[in-house]
Write a protein that binds this ligand. Structure first.
Ligand SMILES: [Zn+2]
Length: 212
């Protein structure tokens, strides 16, 4: 593989498909991977061992498209399991991986591999999920997909957890636990707390500018 490094047209790439739950991220990952297979490129798919919602060794989308996937316990394991002949690496539910995932995908891309990842960009609190902020920064191509808000039918970018008492960031589940919501209906903290936080930030940045 190093033989081709630096040759035109052989450079790898990093793609991220992200959005809330029920937005069709996994379907998009499967679509890209299947096109690569049609082009006779060797493909390997990985997913975190934590996500066993449907099947242990397959990536399955909500619309039950599926493709074979290798469950791994850490990002380094991906590096160890990619064959020399592999041209495309797909990673599903990438938000569940450790921070080293960005180093791993950069290494793969440098080896000329096209890396396609799908994952939740935000957790149920609307904050960047695990390694996602960094992955979005290093990606060559980012596709954000929206779902449909279950309350009003508007495009939805947020994942809403139905039981607010459960504060575990990693809670694997389906429609029984989560809904897609638009910004207005996600309402994570309530208006009052939002405004308070905004003013605190504003005052902080004012005092910083005065000190300059
Ligand atoms: Zn809404």
């Amino acid at each position: 593989m190093t033989l081709f490094a630096g040759m035109p047209g052989s450079s790898g790439s990093i793609e991220v498909v992200c959005g809330p739950m029920f937005s069709g991220k996994t379907e998009e990952l499967i679509r890209r991977v299947k096109r690569a297979q049609i082009a006779r490129q060797k493909v390997q798919i990985f997913k975190p061992a934590i996500d066993n919602r449907y099947h242990d060794t397959e990536v399955v989308s909500h619309s039950s498209l599926s493709i074979e996937a290798t469950p791994v316990n850490s990002s380094i394991e991906i590096l160890q399991k990619v064959y020399d002949s592999t041209r495309v690496v797909g990673i599903d539910e990438v938000q569940f991986f450790d921070e080293s995932i960005s180093i791993v995908v950069e290494k793969l891309a440098r080896r000329g591999i096209r890396v396609i990842m799908a994952g939740l960009d935000q957790d149920y609190m609307g904050k960047s999920f695990g390694p996602m902020a960094n992955l979005l920064a290093i990606a060559d191509n980012v596709t954000k997909i929206q779902a449909i808000c279950t309350v009003c039918g508007a495009p939805a970018s947020k994942t809403f957890r139905k039981d607010p008492k459960n504060t575990n960031q990693v809670l694997v589940g389906e429609t029984d636990l989560y809904e897609a919501r638009c910004r207005a209906h996600a309402d994570f903290f309530g208006e009052d707390q939002d405004q308070l936080a905004f003013f605190v930030n504003l005052n902080e940045s004012r005092s910083k500018t005065q000190n300059l």
